[in-house]
Design a protein around this ligand. Structure first.
Ligand SMILES: [Zn+2]
Length: 441
């Protein structure tokens, strides 16, 4: 018994020498369901702490006495989930570790501590409940206050019992698309005036109409469904972008489409079965909606941006009949990142550098769409109206190139060069460039 206990104590002593004698936050786990978000701080030992909320912007602050962050956590803080739009930390002068949860809405919070169980050690649990859920009218008004973020709903396909496409080396689509969606969410959240919502943020299945409902609950301006293709011919490869288009749909066409949907289960992972009459009605309503042309428009921006960075199967937006693209008042696109059934696509989709490149390209397309079609009341719309020259400020990030930036904003390297009096292609990280934006580009 005693000998068994010795090992952790020795290990703890070793870690303590290199770190400190206080509490280490080993991990932060966040998940959301309905209007509730749960945040769990996994601690190396119980800690004295203080929790309070601050407004403008909404945030929740946790101060831990003598707290430190594990290096693994410091390198990989959780991204946006539920009411939490991001996590920041700092060590204060008095030795306290401050963990700040930036919130995307007004919440009521409740916290408690929990001791070790068979899976986890000491934990600090914080439950966030959207306070707006009690006042729906006020919420709706708040959601459209001037200067709001553009909300992008990211829908990682499949999940749980539904693995999606299986790659040649057994990679599961559901895992790749979730990992990719998290990566894209982080990039969107780092973007001025934009915010990402993950429709699923874990390995569980979400019904297709529920996916749309979740996006609506977050007042999403755009719905992006992320998938990876499968095809019996292993040679098929490259990315594809779909937007929904039915032309002038009749109820008969809508019915036929619903029937076809049932047949596309293996491609889009769509299950419809008992929903034909509802879907038919949704599609019919959709045919009168501007969302459909907006979907093709945003899809076009995205595919053009992707074509500059990765291999695309077709350089134009395709018309896809997917259930997740049937939301009548929200532009929606579906991106097949590549083919799981193509060995080199599969390998690339697993690589973090390819994922990062793909995510930047998709964000570039989304950005150029919204800078040319800013939703009223958003910070981006305000920025553009304040600046009649329609320029955006782009801060150079690691890995940016002039031609890639030009591609992202649908302009040319020459235009950027002349607007910023640059001579060659040389740019440096942290440098701010003015990018002229052309309406309708
Ligand atoms: Zn899929």
């Amino acid at each position: 018994m005693h000998r068994r206990r010795l090992i952790p104590i020795v290990l703890f002593a070793l870690f303590s020498m290199s770190a400190h004698a206080g509490t280490t936050v080993e991990n932060i786990r966040i998940w959301a369901e309905g209007g509730k978000t749960r945040v769990v701080l996994d601690l190396s030992r119980p800690s004295q702490h203080n929790i309070f909320t601050l407004r403008n912007p909404d945030r929740l602050v946790v101060d831990l006495e003598q707290g430190r962050l594990s290096s693994r956590l410091a390198a990989d803080l959780p991204g946006s989930t539920g009411s939490v739009r991001g996590v920041r930390t700092a060590i204060k002068a008095d030795g306290k570790l401050r963990v700040v949860l930036d919130l995307n809405q007004d919440v009521r919070s409740r916290s408690f501590t929990a001791g070790p169980n068979s899976t986890y050690g000491d934990r600090l649990v914080i439950d966030l409940q959207r306070s707006g859920s009690l006042q729906p009218v006020k919420r709706a008004a708040e959601a459209y206050k001037p200067g709001r973020d553009i909300v992008i709903a990211l829908d990682a396909g499949h999940g749980g019992h539904d693995p999606g496409a299986i790659g040649v080396s057994r990679t599961r689509e559901k895992d790749i698309v979730l990992q990719f969606s998290r990566r894209l969410a982080a990039k969107i959240n780092a973007e001025h005036g934009m915010r990402a919502v993950l429709i699923r943020d874990g390995d569980y299945y979400v019904d297709h109409l529920k996916r749309i409902k979740i996006a609506h609950q977050h007042d999403a301006d755009l719905f992006v469904s992320i998938h990876a293709d499968a095809f019996k011919d292993r040679r098929a490869n490259g990315a594809t972008v779909y937007g929904l288009s039915l032309g002038r749909a009749s109820s008969e066409e809508a019915r036929l489409l619903a029937e076809r949907e049932n047949a596309t289960v293996t491609v889009g992972g769509v299950t419809l079965n008992d929903k034909d009459p509802i879907l038919a009605q949704v599609l019919l309503d959709l045919s009168q909606s501007a969302a459909m042309s907006a979907s093709l428009d945003v899809g076009d921006h995205v595919v053009r941006s992707m074509a500059g960075a990765v291999k695309v199967r077709r350089a134009t937006v395709q018309q896809g009949n997917f259930v997740v693209l049937t939301s009548p008042d929200m532009p929606s696109i579906l991106i097949e990142l590549g083919y799981m059934t193509n060995p080199s696509d599969e390998k690339r989709l697993r690589s973090s550098s390819t994922q990062s490149k793909l995510a930047s390209a998709i964000l570039g397309g989304i950005r150029s769409y919204f800078y040319t079609n800013p939703p009223p009341g958003t910070q981006v719309a305000m920025d553009i109206s304040r600046n009649p020259a329609r320029e955006v400020q782009h801060v150079i990030a690691r890995g940016d190139t002039l031609s890639e930036i030009a591609e992202r904003y649908n302009t040319s390297a020459a235009v950027i060069r002349s607007a910023n009096r640059l001579n060659g292609d040389k740019i440096r990280v942290g440098q701010t460039l003015s990018i002229p934006i052309y309406p309708g580009s």
